[in-house]
Design a protein around this ligand. Structure first.
Ligand code: HEM
Length: 531
């Protein structure tokens, strides 16, 4: 085997010829770097505490594959492939394990012994308001502080509080259903209903959190605030790569200094707008019921500042918009590709309601097929496609039947859990019946689109309200048709922190007898104003 001195002489020879006085330190540095790299590779592959876990060899000794997958836009599918190949636990990076079993959801995200829970880690650092020294309900890592935040905000998300907010929510849903679908759906070329769902959910959550709608539906345009915040979010894969490769990341950050400075300036400006909106909402003495109503009643301003409320509001807007619209778009796509399922849902909705006005949160709760259809949409495309990382505490813990050492970063990958044949039979098929007692061989607990435990979705009830009532209203009122049936939702979608879908162009025809000329049984109140 070559000794250190042989290697040293071999590298030095060409440099000596140049008479360069730096020869010795340069050669020594090259040798030391190579030796360090080789020893890291050997350690990661054979001696690392995670060495026993299966996975691709390259991913076991380098973060490069993980970063490549994350930046490629197809990361959830890659992780799914890995789970299909290696089983329910895969080493996806030197210090990271991905799981995809029902048990792993509980073990990673729920309370464990002594009411302890794995903490969110560095992945959540640097979110909005971080440069001002604030965390939010979404980003706060400390379980005690998070508990306090969640306790305060939960008042706004209770069933009773949401019932009080329903008229505000319904107003925006009706604008989409009656105005946008009703007019633009008539066009021969159709319209992108997925984009309209996104505009609707942004308008709803802006209205509830900031006290002002973003006016996306009215202007048929995303508000600049949304474009900036979504733009920053899509860069998450790049920032994650910087963290994994700090030296190379530092160099790239220097090269991209101008771009990063612009992004930071835009983020700062967005935060200012959030603060201004929240301040205006606080100053307004109003009986209006929105997400701020209960929070303002319950908070102690000495403990929870106005800026802290703005930090929460900004992250709630992010958490509560793209997710619900993804679920609506996915469910609509699969309904339009599966005529039998669509017919059954149409029958359930159209035979239950005699007038559009009857459709609301409460009246849609008892519809079993509607619920099953939405659950199946959430299974096929979990709206948050990332495996949400948690840090295993010192001393280690069992996850999905495997002992995992302390300090490991773990996650359950939502898409790899729901599309793996190990958990669902015929996983790529749209079968709402599996949620209605016909789960032949399906492990329904493996689908947890809202996550579980103390950091699970706070807006779940609101999301269900939006999803049920929007779908029921559209299907009650229109027959929909897919303009371009060649799109494939999974093949053509990318994950850029959130989903990027192909255009979902649809035509909508008002059902016979369900317009103002024929029958007039649509709505007593607001229809006239909108059309
Ligand atoms: C179908 C729609 C939705 C899905 C699938 C969904 C999914 C999720 C998931 C998986 C998490 C956990 C995130 C993590 O661990 O980092 C989460 C957290 C959260 N979601 Fe949702 N969400 C949806 C809609 C909403 C809506 C409409 C709102 C509010 C308006 C909302 C507000 C939140 C908040 C505040 C958190 C942070 C909770 C905490 O850490 O205590 N979500 N959501």
């Amino acid at each position: 085997m070559a000794s250190f001195s042989t290697v040293y002489e071999a590298i030095k020879a060409p440099l000596v010829l140049t008479g360069n006085p730096w020869t010795t330190p340069v050669v020594a540095l090259v040798i030391l770097t190579c030796a360090y790299s080789v020893s890291r590779i050997v350690y990661n592959l054979f001696f690392h505490p995670l060495a026993k876990f299966p996975g691709p060899k390259f991913a076991a000794f380098s973060n490069a594959p993980f970063s490549y997958w994350f930046n490629s836009g197809r990361q959830p599918y890659k992780i799914l492939d890995l789970h299909r190949k290696y089983g329910p636990v895969v080493r996806v990076a030197p210090n990271e394990l991905s799981f995809n079993s029902a048990q792993s959801w509980q073990d990673i995200y729920n309370y464990r012994e002594d009411n302890k829970v794995f903490m969110k880690g560095s992945f959540y650092e640097g979110g909005s308001f971080a440069t001002r020294g604030y965390t939010s309900i979404v980003t706060e890592p400390n379980p005690k502080k998070h508990h306090e935040m969640r306790r305060l905000l939960s008042h706004s998300f209770s069933q009773q509080s949401l019932s009080e907010q329903e008229s505000l929510i319904a107003k925006t849903i009706d604008k989409l259903v009656l105005d946008v679908v009703g007019t633009r759906g008539k066009q021969q070329s159709g319209f992108d209903i997925s984009r309209s769902f996104a505009m609707m959910t942004f308008d709803i959550i802006g209205d509830l959190s900031f006290g002002e709608t973003f006016g996306c539906i009215e202007n048929d345009k995303f508000h600049p605030w949304i474009e900036i915040i979504l733009g920053a979010l899509t860069q998450l894969a790049v920032f994650d790569t910087f963290k994994r490769f700090p030296i190379a990341g530092g160099v790239v950050a220097l090269l991209l200094f101008g771009k990063i400075k612009k992004l930071l300036a835009e983020t700062w400006q967005n935060e200012e707008m959030a603060i201004d909106s929240v301040n205006r909402r606080i100053a307004r003495k109003t009986t209006r019921k929105d997400l701020m109503t209960r929070v303002l009643e319950k908070r102690n301003p000495a403990e929870v500042s106005d800026t802290q409320l703005a930090a929460h509001a900004a992250d709630i807007v992010l958490a509560g918009s793209d997710t619900s619209s993804t679920a609506l778009a996915t469910t609509t796509y699969y309904l339009l590709q599966n005529s039998k399922t669509m017919s059954r849902l149409q029958h359930e909705i159209r035979s239950t309601f005699h007038a559009y006005d009857e459709i609301c949160d409460k009246s849609t709760v008892p519809l079993p097929y509607l619920k099953a259809v939405i659950l199946e949409g959430l299974r096929l495309v979990p709206p948050l496609p990332l495996g949400l990382p948690r840090n295993v505490w010192k001393g280690g813990a069992a996850i999905g039947g495997h002992f995992v050492p302390g300090g490991t970063i773990v996650s359950t990958n939502p898409l790899a859990a729901t599309l793996d044949p190990a958990n669902f039979t015929d996983p790529m098929a749209f079968k709402p019946e599996r949620w209605m007692g016909q789960a032949n061989g399906d492990n329904l607990e493996a689908a947890q689109p809202f996550s579980v435990g103390p950091r699970s979705c706070l807006g779940k009830t609101l999301a269900w309200m939006e999803m049920r009532t929007t779908l029921a209203k559209i299907i009650w009122m229109y027959d929909l048709e897919l303009v371009d049936s060649s799109i494939d939702w999974h093949r053509d979608s990318e994950m850029r922190t959130l989903w990027h879908f192909p255009k979902l162009m649809v035509r909508a025809t008002k059902r016979a007898g369900k317009d103002d000329q024929n029958g007039g049984d649509i709505i007593a109140g607001h229809y006239g104003e909108l059309v």
